[in-house]
Design a protein around this ligand. Structure first.
Ligand SMILES: [Cu+2]
Length: 54
């Protein structure tokens, strides 16, 4: 299955595998804006950056 977004509901979890073949900084984040803050202070919450070097 190839996807660029995965809906994750409360109580669910997913394991994600990927091949990092494109150099750059790639953000993994929630699409609910409030969830990418720590009590409305950015950055925070569900936000992760993967740095891929060539
Ligand atoms: Cu969220």
């Amino acid at each position: 299955m190839t996807k660029d977004t995965i809906p994750v509901h409360p109580g669910e979890r997913f394991d994600v595998e990927f091949v990092a073949e494109n150099a750059g900084s790639w953000a993994l984040h929630c699409h609910v804006v409030h969830h990418t803050t720590n009590d409305d202070v950015e950055p925070g919450g569900l936000l992760m950056v993967i740095n891929v070097q060539s």
